[in-house]
Each structure stands twice: as C-alpha cells, then as structure tokens.
Design a protein around this ligand. Structure first.
Ligand SMILES: Cc1cc2nc3c(=O)[nH]c(=O)nc-3n(C[C@H](O)[C@H](O)[C@H](O)COP(=O)(O)OP(=O)(O)OC[C@H]3O[C@@H](n4cnc5c(N)ncnc54)[C@H](O)[C@@H]3O)c2cc1C
Length: 481
C-alpha cells in the first residue's frame, strides 16, 4: 500500500474513454494480497475502487483520488472439476481464459458478455448478461458460491444457503460491499466447439420484435443489430442473428472442434487484423463515428445484411459467434478523441415497441443520432439492485464529439427519463449519466433500503467507492435509508 501511495496518481478511464479519473493504483498478484490491501486502506480511511478488466463503459470502475485496486492479476484457475463442470477461480480470471480451460473438456461458461477480456469478478459485480439471457439467466445464476473479503478484513463465504442476502446483493452490487477473492462457478455442457447461427432481416421495429418473440424452441442466443439511422416506417429495422447449441452427437468431429475452437481463433482474414499495428483499424474507422459516416455505415450494413440474410443455419466456432469484435484490438479508439457513451435501456415487452421508438426518435430530433444500436431479449434476475427484467434491451452508442458533449449529456438524461416513463431500467456497467433521482425512480425502495443496510454493515467507513457510487448510488441509498 505504501508503495502504491508513493507513486504518482494515474489517469484511469472507463472503456468508453469519456469518463476518467486520477488515483493511485495497486495490482496485487493474488487474492490474499487484494484482501490485505483493502483492509489496510480501510484502516487508513482511504477510499478504494475495485477494478477488473476495465470494460465498464462509464464510471463504475474509476475513482478520483484514493486507491484503485486492480484485481486482474489475481487470475488463477484454482480448481477445475471436469467431471461435474465446476470451476473455482480467482477474481481476475477472464471469461476467455475460462473458455480456453473448460471447452476442451466439453464445458462452457453458461453466460458470457460480448467481450472475452471481462473478468469473472467484473461479470459477477455487474451481474452481466449474454445473448442467451432470456433462456439461461444472468451470470449470477451460474455462481454457486463466492468468498467476499470485507474492508474490515473479515472473509465470508456466501451462497444461496449461506449469507443469502449478501449473496444476492454482491451479485450486481458493483463492487461496493466487498472484494470477490474467489468464485465457484457452474459450467454448462458443450457438445461441440461450434454453434449454428442464422441471420434474418426485419423491416421495422415491430417486425423485429415479433421475430424475436417467435423464436424457435431450439434457439438459445439472439442479438439484433438495429439500423440506428432509419426513421419513419423503417425505424428500428434490423438484422437478427440467432444461435443454437449443438446437441450431443450432432458434431461428428466434436473432440476436435472442442479442442481447436479457441486455438484456431481468429481464423482466415480475421487473423490478419491482429497482425496490423494496434490502433490502425480504429484510426481508419474513425470517420464512421461522424454523423454522416455513421448514417452511411448503418445504411450500407442494412443493405448488405438484408441481401445476405439467408435464414439458413451456418456452423461457426464459439469464439467467432460470441466475440466478433474482439478481433479488432482497441476498436473503441475509433471514438477518439471524445470517446463514447452507451445508453442501454431495458423495457418490459409491453412497452418495448413504443419505448424504443421514443428513444430513437428523441435522439434523432436532438440532432444526435446513435452510431450503433443493438437489441437483446432479457429475463429478470433476483439480484438486489438488478437492472434485468422480462423484456428487451436496446443499447445505443453515442460518440462524444467536440462541442456536443453538453447537449449529449442532456439527451442521455432525457433518454433515462423516457426509459423510466416506460417502466424500464438502465445498466450500471454501461452508465455514466443516471442521476440519484433517476436511480430512486428505477429501483424499488425496499431494494435500495436492503442494499443501503448491507453497505452500512459490510463497509461502515464507506471505503468502497467509485465515481458511479458518488454520482448516483450513494445519494439514492441515503434517500432510501
Ligand atoms: C465490447 C464490450 C461488450 C460488452 N458486452 C456485454 C454484454 O454482452 N453483456 C453485459 O452484461 N455486459 C457487457 N459489457 C459490459 C461488461 O461485461 C461489464 O462492464 C463488466 O462488469 C466488465 O467487467 P470487468 O472485468 O472489465 O470489470 P470492470 O469494468 O473493471 O469493473 C466492473 C465492476 O466490477 C467491480 N469489481 C471488479 N473487480 C471486483 C472484485 N474482485 N470484487 C468485487 N467487485 C469487483 C468494479 O468495482 C465495477 O463496479 C461489455 C463491455 C464491452 C467493452
């Protein structure tokens, strides 16, 4: 700790690169050291922000002043039991590391985000969801137990049977109750290193939602790219990618594809992208983040995608199906110099059509259309301060252009209000604009009161903080006490 505090503060950013803060940084090599540093900081009343892979878009893993405790080096897979598909890991193990280890034995993490560099602790703290959320639930559903080190130094093993309140609150609790020092996770069976994918095109938001509601029983994954530039009757038109897991015996080369899926990825021309100087592709793609460039790119994608949509199943490897954007290192740099804000709204099915149309229309009316829009089908979770609900989410990417930032922030807060008006929620892991009042409107008062009581019990000195906490969560928790 002394050493970390002696070194100059560092600039640390959210993944979207707009939100940033300066703090000291420590990156201990194992979970013991993580717990010890947290206890030491607590004794000195120094605020601590926990950080995993730094993939949260906004300010969930940054802090102005104090100490950022980077958990990504504590990254050992401690126990892997291939007979039962159960793994016990340190917090910094990434989702991609986990895949690599378990897939050759015929298992896969049941829930994965769109980026392999996310750590299991970050995934647990945000209770992340995958393209299969509507079928498989959220990351927290795959956690059997975890050890949580509190700022006092106490270490608690939590599960659905032991400290169940803390279990439900720390999952999705955004690193504000304690540090995960080890997690035990249930894997799902994989009968192949490949999955089937098919693509279809739908000319309006209503048609796209209808197609997603009518998904066939064997479809497990669904994600729709939505044409963010389309307005009027074509508003919300999009390309739907559906995926299905292969059943036992369907892949005659299962042993080989299970072994090779990760080793051979990225394959073909995509492999060349990795050989280019890092930053080159994002720099070339930068014009696409201008308003005109984004409109052109969206229209082109719709035209090409709708022509190519075949409705036929095509076999692709797991990493290609799950992490297509990971093949371009640092693609978020295409949003430099201003970075980006993502607004991800979750709406119940009953209001999704009207609510998403209202969000897109409002952005266009403000003269700040999103560059990218992605829709998923979602399912509620039992996390205490959960963002998930039975319905749909729409993620809108907004580049932060020079001279537009103030208008964009005002728009984002308006979009938050529209989402709340339609009975929706927003996602803390993507957020950088929610106000405390909006958090109080979004979450049931009893959930906020439960979380506030646990925060007071687990972290009485308020050692665990983040800019998200200071901006929106702390005042909302105080109001709920
Ligand atoms: C390209 C991209 C695609 C994405 N796709 C998805 C998606 O499909 N679905 C989805 O749900 N999310 C998605 N995300 C968001 C991402 O999954 C979450 O932001 C996730 O929390 C990031 O994990 P991380 O390891 O990077 O942690 P960070 O972003 O560094 O931290 C996330 C949270 O975890 C806390 N934390 C970190 N370590 C610990 C610890 N040891 N103990 C307790 N708390 C800790 C932090 O304090 C913070 O609140 C995506 C992000 C990117 C950049």
């Amino acid at each position: 700790m002394e050493r970390a505090l002696r070194e100059p503060e560092r600039l640390i950013t959210g993944w979207g690169m707009r939100d940033h803060a300066h703090s000291h940084l420590a990156r201990p090599a194992d979970a013991e050291a993580l717990a010890a540093l947290l206890a030491e900081a607590d004794a000195r009343h120094a605020p601590v922000c926990l950080r995993g892979g730094g993939n949260s878009y906004g300010d969930a893993a940054i802090l102005q002043g104090g100490l950022t405790l980077d958990c990504s080096a504590a990254a050992r897979i401690l126990i892997w039991d291939p007979a039962n598909g159960v793994a016990t890991v340190e917090p910094g193990v990434t989702i991609a590391d986990l895949w690599r280890r378990v897939l050759p034995d015929g298992w896969r993490p049941p829930v994965v985000p769109g980026r392999g560099a996310v750590t299991v602790a970050g995934a647990a703290a945000a209770n992340i969801h995958g393209k299969n959320n509507w079928r498989a639930g959220a990351f927290g559903d795959a956690i059997l137990s975890f050890e949580l080190a509190l700022p006092s130094g106490e270490r608690l093993t939590c599960s659905r049977a032991s400290h169940p309140d803390l279990f439900r609150a720390a999952i999705g609790g955004m690193g504000l109750l304690g540090v995960f020092t080890r997690l035990t996770l249930r894997m799902a069976r994989a009968w192949s290193g490949m999955v089937d994918e098919r693509r279809s095109a739908h000319g309006s938001l209503g048609a796209l939602l209808d197609a997603m509601e009518a998904a066939a029983p064997d479809v497990s994954d669904m994600v729709a790219w939505v044409d963010a530039s389309a307005t009027g009757p074509a508003l919300g038109r999009g390309l739907l990618a559906e995926g299905r897991e292969l059943a036992e015996g369907e892949d005659p080369l299962a042993a080989k594809t299970l072994r090779d899926a990760w080793a051979n990825w990225p394959a073909g021309p995509a492999r060349l992208l990795r050989r280019l100087p890092p930053g080159l592709v994002p720099a070339l793609a930068r014009p696409m983040s201008s308003h005109a460039g984004a409109a052109f790119a969206n229209r082109a994608q719709w035209m090409m995608g709708s022509r190519r949509a075949s409705h036929e199943w095509e076999r692709v490897s797991y990493p290609a199906a799950n992490f297509p954007l990971d093949i371009i290192p640092n693609w978020q740099y295409s949003y430099l110099p201003g970075g980006l804000i993502q607004h991800q709204a979750f709406l119940p099915l009953a209001s999704a059509r009207q609510g998403f149309a209202a969000l897109i229309n409002r952005a266009h009316a403000a003269g700040l259309p999103p560059t990218l829009a992605v829709m998923k089908k979602q399912r509620a979770s039992d996390a205490t301060i959960g963002y998930l609900l039975d319905g749909y989410s729409l993620a809108l990417d907004f580049p932060v252009h020079r001279g537009e930032e103030r208008r964009l922030l005002a728009l984002a807060r308006e979009l938050n209000d529209i989402t709340l008006d339609y009975g929706g929620r927003m996602y803390f892991a993507k957020d950088s604009t929610l106000t405390a009042e909006q958090v109080s409107r979004m979450l049931p008062p009893e959930a906020l009161a439960t979380f506030a009581a646990l925060k007071a019990a687990c972290d009485p000195h308020e050692t665990l903080q983040s800019e998200l906490y200071r901006r929106a969560l702390r005042p909302a928790l105080e109001a709920a006490r």
